[in-house]
Design a protein around this ligand. Structure first.
Ligand SMILES: [Zn+2]
Length: 272
């Protein structure tokens, strides 16, 4: 096992490299293309999210008729739209003013991706690329177990994984390396963001922390990740990544040492 100082120096090198590659990824073709795709989906208000959920709980990507058309997809015949409320604005009486005043809401209809057909949608460029032996995911699952965190693998998980506080859900059918990277990411959320200090961080700060932890743990076990693209999609800057490192060293150490300990389990050795 590495000495504390040896590991720390290695972690700093990995994170500095990640910060640099995230900046580069921002102008990469795959990230630019995916961000353009994402801009077709607007962010819905909490109330509209609730309306969508009540009418179609399994909805994952929702957009209007015209937005789907622009993406090369058509709403299938006979599909019923999901009703949401769109704000209606009125120009101020005084013509000089550009300001608009909210006049009310009108009902508009949106459709989930499952109600449409046509051109394939691009996947987020966040899959890991490379192989990892099945014993690595198994060892990381044992680490979750050591911390009383249960793992469920399900077909209907919107993203690769989700951290629910004491429970992690991971999408069924991921490759071993994607499973390992996702589990490391969600474990970081569990260990860093389920307490009151962690909960007060912004969404972006949480994602930077979780993905940096996952990237360091993966790199340590020689799994190449798509962390630069993932962080670029979240608009993270090099400085924003480096500044969070001090928060992360203890969780990184817990995960790496935990995996190494379990890799040495005779039970896991037998699986190899
Ligand atoms: Zn996350």
């Amino acid at each position: 096992m590495l000495s504390a100082r040896g590991l720390e120096a290695q972690v700093v090198r990995i994170v500095e490299d990640l910060a640099e590659r995230t900046e580069e990824a921002k102008s990469s073709e795959e990230v630019v293309r995916y961000l353009k795709f994402c801009s077709a989906f607007r962010e819905y208000s909490l109330y509209n999210t609730l309306l969508i959920w009540r009418q179609k709980p399994e909805a994952t990507q929702v957009a209007g008729f015209g937005a789907w058309k622009k993406l090369g997809r058509q709403v299938k015949k006979g599909e019923k739209g999901i009703a949401i409320l769109a704000p209606v604005f009125r120009r101020q009486e005084d013509e000089e003013s550009e300001e608009q005043r909210l006049r009310g809401f009108r009902r508009v209809y949106v459709f989930d991706v499952s109600q449409t057909e046509g051109k394939d949608l691009p996947d987020a460029p966040i899959a890991t690329d490379g192989n990892c032996h099945d014993n690595l995911p198994l060892a990381l699952m044992r680490v979750a177990d050591d911390h009383q965190i249960t793992i469920e693998v399900e077909p209907q998980v919107g993203s690769y994984g989700v951290s629910l506080g004491g429970q992690i859900k991971i999408r069924l059918g991921l490759s071993a390396s994607d499973f390992f990277a996702t589990l490391a990411h969600e474990l970081a959320h569990e260990m860093l963001h389920q307490n009151s200090a962690g909960k007060s961080l912004s969404k972006k700060e949480k994602e930077i922390e979780a993905e940096t932890v996952a990237h360091v743990v993966c790199s340590y076990f020689q799994i190449p990740t798509a962390a630069p693209a993932y962080l670029a999609l979240h608009g993270a800057t090099s400085d924003e990544i480096l500044i969070r490192l001090a928060n992360l060293t203890s969780v990184i150490r817990t995960l790496i040492e935990g995996v190494e300990t379990h890799l040495a389990d005779p039970e896991i050795q037998q699986v190899i």
